[in-house]
Design a protein around this ligand. Sequence first.
Ligand code: NAI
Ligand code: MG
Length: 350
Amino acid sequence: RTLNLAIIPGDGIGPEVVAEAVKVLDAVASRQGFSIQKKHYALGAEHWLETGETLSDEVLNQLKDHDAILFGAVGADPRSSTIPSGLIEREILLKLRFAFDHFINLRPSRLFPGAVSPLSNPGDIDFVVVREGTEGPYAGNGGALRQGTEAEIATEVSVNTAYGVERLIRYAFELANSRARKKLTLIHKTNVLTNSGQLYTRIFDRVAAEYPEVSTDYCHIDAATIYLTTEPSRFDVIVTDNLFGDILTDQAGAVTGGIGLAACGNINASRQFPSMFEPVHGSAPDIAGQEKANPIASILASAMLLRHVGEEESAQIIEAAVEKDLKENATHERTTGDIGSSIVTLVENA
Ligand code: NAI
Ligand code: MG
């Protein structure tokens, strides 16, 4: 079997962490007896500065013909950049997400042994957030009236379709059903956002009837942020809308020991278009080029990628290696700054 991968290293630490993930991918492929064909695409802030191009239709078309995309991070150094704010994110990341209908944004959160949570009593954290990827307040349905005046009106109207909510919720039930605990929590703000709240709740309850083995519960988004810090082990699979999911997954990254470990997938679950896997973090210009970037998030993204294309065993091999490395890392001299400070504390307290 040959896996046909598009690789978008991007800016800053993106190319550094992706290079490490590619080494890991090559190693697992040769061990498991499949081959990987890789095509690199230069996209990002630096590419825009050189060429004036963000993501052309031609490149978009080429990307479409791959089994999956491994993405690093894009974005310029805000301290020196002349790039209009948000241009790169909108015209590359969001464009890809909409063009390839990445309606699932999947973010696993695990407290790996050896990683250190800032919570004093984190317990056993192992949950997955299934965030909607193409609707909600991020759908681009809005505008500004009388901009720059005292009478300005700005809107981003949250768009929620029965079609979009149902495919999200079905994906989440399937995932919950495949995990040991089989628990699914809907997170929303149904008491205030009553229209979308009723749509979510109705579809959630209807699909739940098809999964009698999955236990379900519901939590308002504000309460969820409390539970995520006081009792994160209560969660197994979380399903939520685009905006709530964005915020919740950053918090999840923090409680599980940091941005250098968090990976995510932008998934077209109907498999019509390639899905894209990336670290949650950005291009980290403050540490770029200094060998300080932790590649684990990118390596875990490549494991998610392999799982998505059907190489479950390879994904597990990578995850086990990361786990082992983190465990041993607690006694290493050499580690990256994002987890290093915690590790120093660990060693000191040992
Ligand atoms: P960031 O995630 O790049 O950095 C935040 C902090 O975390 C920095 O102190 C950085 O040094 C540290 N950090 C991040 N990744 C790390 C790693 N692997 N190992 C060790 N430390 C790490 O977020 P920031 O600074 O807000 O954004 C920088 C640029 O990245 C901006 O241009 C932003 O727009 C872009 N960005 C791109 C994303 C993407 O491509 N998906 C996501 C988030 C931001
Ligand atoms: Mg975010």
